[in-house]
Design a protein around this ligand. Structure first.
Ligand code: NAP
Length: 230
C-alpha cells in the first residue's frame, strides 16, 4: 500500500510519514525543503521517497502532480497535512500572504484530490485524510484567513466524502488543537506538554483512527490537549 503525505519535512507530517513507513506502507513524502525531506527519506525501512512539491504555486502544482502520479505504481491514500498561518491581525497580513494561506491550506488540497481521484475511482478504493484544525469549527481572532481556510477545508471534506463514498473512497477530516511544532514560526518541542499535542503521539492517534478496515470511515475527529483553552 502506498500513501502520499504533504508537509512531511517537519512537524506532524514528518511523524505521519515516518509512522506510515514503520507500519509497512510505502510513502511519498512531499514538501519544499529538500534537505529535511532527505532526512525523512533516510528512514531505515527504505520505504520513504522524497517528492519536492511547492503547494503554493498553483500553476506549477497540477503538472507536477500528474508527473509524480505517472511514476507511482499505486496510490492508496493521501494525507493533506501541509498548512501555513500566522497569528496577527487580518489587516497586518499582506494580500500575497492571505492568498498563500488559502492556496496551501485549501486550493492545493483540492488540486491534489482532483489529481488523485480518477485513479482512486478506477481502483474503487482510496483514502483521503485532510488535516484541518479545531479552528475549522470555531473562530479565533487574529487568525481570520487561516480560520477561513480550515472552515473551507471542513466543508470540502464533508461534501467530497458524500460524493465519493459509494465509489469506495473514504475522506476524513482531522481537527487538532495546539500541536507542539514549529508552525507559524515557533520552535518544535518548546510548548507546555499539558497544553499542546506531541506530534508523534498525535500522528499515532490519527493513523490508528483512520486506518479502519472495510467500509468504516472516520468522517471527522477533533483532538485537544486538556490544558488548551477551547
Ligand atoms: N501546530 C498547530 O498548533 C496546529 C494546530 C491545528 C492544526 N494544525 C495543522 O496541522 C498541519 C501540520 O502543521 P504543523 O504544526 O506540523 O506545521 P509545521 O511544523 O509548520 O509544518 C508544516 C509543513 O507544511 C509544509 N509546507 C508549508 N508550506 C508549503 C508549501 N508551499 N508547499 C509544500 N509544503 C509546504 C512544510 O514544509 P516545507 O516548508 O519544507 O515546504 C512543513 O513540512 C497543518 O495543516 C496545520 O494547519 C497545526
Amino acid at each position: 500500500m502506498t500513501w502520499l503525505v504533504t508537509g512531511a519535512s517537519r512537524g506532524l507530517g514528518r511523524q505521519l510519514a515516518l509512522q506510515l513507513a514503520e507500519r509497512g506502507f510505502e510513502v511519498h513524502a512531499c514538501a519544499r525543503d529538500a534537505s529535511s525531506l532527505a532526512e525523512v527519506a533516510a528512514h531505515p525501512s527504505g520505504r520513504i521517497r522524497a517528492l519536492a512539491l511547492d503547494l503554493g504555486d498553483a500553476a506549477a502544482l497540477t503538472p507536477a502532480l500528474h508527473a509524480a502520479l505517472a511514476g507511482m505504481e499505486r496510490l492508496d491514500g493521501v494525507i493533506n497535512n501541509a498548512g501555513i498561518g500566522s497569528y496577527k491581525p487580518f489587516a497586518d497580513h499582506a494580500q500575497a500572504e492571505l492568498l498563500a494561506i488559502l492556496q496551501v491550506n485549501l486550493g492545493a488540497v483540492m488540486q491534489i484530490c482532483h489529481a488523485v481521484l480518477p485513479r482512486m475511482r478506477a481502483q474503487r478504493a482510496g483514502q483521503i485524510v485532510n488535516i484541518g484544525s479545531d479552528l475549522a469549527r470555531r473562530p479565533l481572532a487574529n487568525m481570520a484567513a487561516y480560520t477561513a481556510s480550515k472552515h473551507g477545508l471542513a466543508g470540502f471534506s464533508h461534501s467530497l466524502l458524500r460524493e465519493v463514498k459509494d465509489a469506495g473512497i473514504k475522506v476524513s477530516l482531522i481537527n487538532p488543537g495546539i500541536i507542539d511544532t514549529g508552525f507559524g514560526g515557533g520552535t518544535e518541542g518548546s510548548r507546555d506538554p499539558a497544553a499542546s499535542l506531541h506530534p508523534a503521539t498525535l500522528a499515532r492517534l490519527i493513523l490508528d483512527a483512520v486506518l479502519q478496515p472495510g467500509s468504516v470511515v472516520v468522517d471527522e475527529l477533533t483532538v485537544h490537549p486538556a490544558g488548551q483553552d477551547f
